[in-house]
Design a protein. Sequence first.
Length: 126
Amino acid sequence: MSDAAPPPVPIRDRTWPVLCHLAAFAYFVLPALGCIVGPLVVWLARRDLDAEVREHGREALNFNISFLIWHVVCVPFVLILIGYVMLAVVAVTWFVLVIVAAVKASDGVLFRYPFTIRFLDAPRAA
């Protein structure tokens, strides 16, 4: 008998699911639409190859589209000054939730963003 340890169980590569969420930071390169374009590019490139990327990408896109809508809703309120507070709350919430989702994705968990309108829904079985 050999005392060799059993081979390690391969750990699933979590790079693409994490990138689905972190690609939203393209917002800082391409304001307004970068938060959608980044996750969209990752999702479109990998969704047919990996079911996990398909789910994470769909969730990231739904959240970032919702974030953009919240942002647009806050802009008119800038005229009465409360909009600045609203924009700050939306921005900080977006930043924190994107980081939380990326960390959860690296742990292999699908994070369901709160306050998200589900534009892209899971396909229904026929």
